[in-house]
Each structure stands twice: as C-alpha cells, then as structure tokens.
Design a protein around this ligand. Structure first.
Ligand SMILES: Cc1cc2nc3c(=O)[nH]c(=O)nc-3n(C[C@H](O)[C@H](O)[C@H](O)COP(=O)(O)OP(=O)(O)OC[C@H]3O[C@@H](n4cnc5c(N)ncnc54)[C@H](O)[C@@H]3O)c2cc1C
Ligand code: FES
Length: 468
C-alpha cells in the first residue's frame, strides 16, 4: 500500500501466496491452419473417410436390391438376354442353318467325357456315399454322392444320363431311376435331384430316411438323353418341374466347357418358389452371354412376378427361341406338359427327329401296359415257358406278361428302370425263340443285330430262352 498499489491487488497477491495457487499457464499459441492442431485434422480425415465409405456401400446395396427386384418381377435380366437375337430375325426364306450362324459356331472337335484308365467301360454298380443333402425347394432335395473311399467317382457319365437307386423300404427292394443333375466335369462327385412324390415309396424314403454319411446302392450310368455340344450348333432345353434335372446336367456341362453355341432354356414351374436351381441359373446367365433362360409360371400369384404366367404357349416359345424350327430340342417334364409342347413344336414346323425326350414315368409291375400291348383272355392252353439260362430257372410266360414280369415271378434278377422300353437298362440277350416288343427305343441298332431284347417289353407266343 506504501508503494501506492491498490488495496484489492495487495489482498489478492497475499491470498494466492497463502493458498499456494499458481498463476494460470499462458494460453498455448495455435499452431495449425484455422487454429486447429494436426491431431484434429487426422481425426476429421478418418471420420470423413468412414462416412464416405458408408454412403458408397448404401448406394451399392440399393442398386443391387433394385436389380434383384427387376429380375424377379419382370424376368428382364433373364429374358432380355433373348432380345438381341429376336430383334434380328432371319431373312424370309433363309434356311434355318443360316439363321443359326447368328451364334458363334462351336469348335469342331467333339467334347468327350473320357473314362480315366482303370475305370470299367459301361455300367457300374455298387455303393455311393451321400456326402451332402441340399434343400432346393419345399419338396425337392439334391443328394451329392461320392465314392465311399473318397477320390474320383467309380464311373464316368455323359450329361443327361441317370443312375438307378435301389432301396429297401418296408422289407421290399425298390429301384428307381434318377437323372444325374451335376456336370460330368466334376469327377469327385455327382448329384441327383429328387422330388418327393406324394405317397411315393422311394422318393419319400430318400427325403425322410437318408442322411449325410449314408450309403446308397446305385447302378449306372444309363440312358442316351445326352447333349455334349457336338450334336448341333445350338440347343433348346424345355423343362417342366423336376424334369430340369437331365437338362441341368447338360447346361452345367456346356457352360463348364465354355461351349460357344446358343443355349436356350424354357423352364415351366408352378411358382417362383418351385423353380429348382433358380439362383444358379441367374448366375450362369450373367456369366455366359450365349445362355438364355425364360421362366414361365402357372400358379404364381405374387404381383411382383410380371413375367409370363400360365403354361408354355406357341407365342412364348417363338419369342423365347428365335428360329426355333431350325434347332435341336431336348424336352423333359410331366407327360401332359410334354405332349402339349410336342404339339406346339409340330405346329411351329420342328421336324419330329429334332425333338428328343426323356420321360420320368416308372409304371410298377402289374400296372396297365402301354396302349397297343395285347392282353390275352384266360386260356386253357398252357403258357409258353421262358428259360433263364444263367440262373437255371424257368417261368411261365402268359401273353399279358413280359419277360421282366416272368423273371420277377421266379426271383431272377434283371435290372430295370423305366419299364417302358426307353432306357435300355433291362437289355438281355435272346438265345432262342422269338419275341415282340411294343417299344424298343432303348436298343441301339447294333444291340438288335447282336440279338439283345428289352425284358420289360418282350412278350412271346412260344417258348424262349434268355441269358439271365
Ligand atoms: C430315366 C428316369 C429319370 C428320372 N429322373 C428323376 C429325377 O431326376 N428326379 C426325380 O424326382 N424323379 C426322377 N424320375 C422319376 C423317379 O424314378 C420315380 O419315378 C419318382 O421318384 C417316383 O418314385 P416313388 O417311388 O417315390 O413313387 P412310386 O411309389 O413309384 O409312386 C409313383 C406315383 O404313384 C403315386 N402313388 C403311389 N402310391 C399311391 C397311393 N397309395 N395312393 C395314391 N397315389 C400313389 C405316387 O404319388 C407317385 O406319384 C426319373 C425316372 C426315369 C425313368
Ligand atoms: S426298363 Fe427301361 S427299357 Fe426296359
């Protein structure tokens, strides 16, 4: 106070000294742009980058969802693949072959599935292990089958061929055929895709009893319903429901091989949720510009589906497959659908020998025979006798029974599958006598020349001897 300092200032100094309070540090001088530290800038940069990434991911997600919705509702991604060819119709009067040159011709060499050394040529029978089971739709499952000891499959197959699976249900052995749906390019496994038939013996057994790790008795491969790319410069697959299976094997094989010919699939199903392999087909369409897929749905009630509804019609086929009459066609589906499509194809002018079919019907023994088969009236005359040489057994062979029926009566084992004369599985050699066959499609010309017959079709009016 003597120095003339203000009373308040002297009191404040004294208070701070007594309370040992330090003077506040001098404010740190700002050292970054806009007075912010570099630490601030780094943190802001990280936050901005993160926000940018989140916005970009949201946009990607929205655009993918839009694309998916479009493909589901309009079938555009799938059907639009057909448009370019459809927009360039061939000149009036031009030969169908000329129009086919709109698609790149396949390489001249024949694609072959070659049996590795050491594998038996032709048929094989034995056990396969169920490696995995996939639920395809509500009533369709795919069974992936492998060699029980691992490694490659013990047989080679052509795309479209089938296996016969034997199971024992309720104490009885039952055999059914299932097309191999996978591509023969996979050597380590094959797949069958089975629809559960209501009250069906074997399909229900496979769906309900069989689990991964189980062994299945199988034989095969059988059948000639195959397309490997060398037979024609383009191919049309027409499928209904589970009839897609042999066609899917060929479609997978052709795309595995990057086959350059035009591949057209017209696939009829009840609804979108019944379309087997839908996601895979959409994926393959994206990868292979020569693959064109059109779905047609008979019972789809969702307003999201704006693609074709109902059954396969002439208009739909002509629009989906340009120059239809000039192409090879493979058809497989329920019998009424196949009949309707065959009628359409003949109206469109497709020659019958350009249409190849596979039928999944398996009539059981004792069910009505195909129309045209003679049915004998009960007769006092003794039935002819069929002698089975290898098993040393004989059986009566009345006029309404086939050699296959007679063999089952006396426990002679003859393999069978379709029981309709198509698959050739029941082929046996006729050693003496004569037979008639209502259908003999399952025999090649050389089989006939060598004296083979189809046991499921062969009937006789006099004694016969066969090698079984
Ligand atoms: C070459 C070939 C390839 C095939 N490929 C496949 C394939 O890839 N996928 C596939 O799923 N199928 C395929 N099949 C069909 C398959 O072989 C069987 O025919 C099918 O699985 C039905 O067999 P299941 O034993 O289940 O029925 P089954 O017992 O033979 O019955 C046949 C039909 O009769 C009906 N039925 C039976 N009992 C009764 C009853 N008590 N009351 C009312 N109805 C009854 C069943 O509903 C069924 O529709 C193929 C057939 C062939 C010839
Ligand atoms: S079982 Fe198929 S042809 Fe005889």
């Amino acid at each position: 106070m003597a120095d003339g300092k203000a009373l308040r200032s002297v009191a404040l100094q004294w208070f701070k000294r007594e309370m040992t309070l330090r003077a506040p540090p001098a404010a740190e001088a700002p050292h970054g742009l806009f007075g912010l530290s570099w630490f601030h800038y780094v943190v802001m940069l990280i936050l901005l980058t993160f926000a940018g990434a989140m916005i970009w991911m949201s946009f990607r997600r929205i655009s993918r969802a839009e694309a998916l919705l479009t493909s589901l509702t309009t079938g555009k991604r799938v059907v639009s693949e057909i448009a370019p060819a459809a927009r360039s119709p061939r000149a009036p009067g031009a030969a169908p072959e000329a129009a086919l040159t709109a698609f790149p011709a396949p390489p001249p060499a024949e694609y072959k599935v070659v049996a590795p050394a050491g594998l038996p040529a032709g048929r094989w029978s034995g056990q396969l292990r169920v490696a995995q089971i996939f639920q395809e739709t509500a009533d369709v499952r795919t069974f992936r089958l492998m060699h029980p000891a691992g490694g490659d499959l013990p047989f080679v197959f052509q795309p479209g061929q089938f296996l016969t699976i034997s199971v024992t249900t309720e104490g009885k052995e039952a055999k059914r055929s299932y097309s191999i749906s996978s591509s023969p390019c996979c050597r380590g496994w094959c797949e069958i895709t089975v629809k559960r038939a209501p009250h069906g013996a074997v399909s229900a057994f496979l769906h309900e009893q069989v689990k991964a790790g189980d062994l299945l008795e199988a034989s095969g491969p059988y059948g000639k319903f195959s397309f490997r790319g060398a037979e024609a410069p383009s191919i049309v697959f027409i499928a209904g429901g589970v009839g897609i299976t042999p066609l899917m094997s060929a479609l997978r094989y052709l795309t595995d091989q990057s086959w350059a010919g035009g591949i057209f699939l017209v696939y009829a199903c009840a609804s979108l949720k019944d379309v087997i392999y839908r996601e895979e087909l959409e994926y393959l369409v994206r990868r292979h510009p020569n693959l064109h897929v059109a779905f047609v749905l008979s019972d789809e009630d969702s307003p999201l589906w704006t693609g074709p509804r109902g059954y396969i019609t002439k208009d739909l086929l002509v629009q989906a497959v340009p120059d239809l009459s000039g192409r090879l066609i493979h058809l497989c589906g329920p019998p009424p659908m196949m009949q309707a499509v065959k009628t359409i194809l003949s109206e469109v002018g497709v020659p019958p020998d350009q249409v190849r079919t596979e039928t999944f019907l398996t009539p059981e023994p004792g069910l009505p025979r195909p129309p045209g088969s003679p049915i004998s009236a009960p007769s006092a005359v003794a039935a002819p006798i069929c002698s089975f040489v290898r098993s040393g057994k004989t059986a009566p062979l009345p006029a309404d029974k086939t050699i296959l029926d007679a063999s089952e009566d006396v426990g002679v084992n003859i393999d069978y599958s379709c029981r309709q004369g198509y698959c050739g599985v029941c082929k046996i050699k006729l050693l003496s006598g004569e037979v008639t066959m209502a259908v003999d499609d399952g025999l090649a010309a050389e089989d006939k020349a060598l004296g083979f017959i189809l046991a499921c079709q062969a009937k006789a009016s006099a004694d016969v001897t066969v090698e079984a």
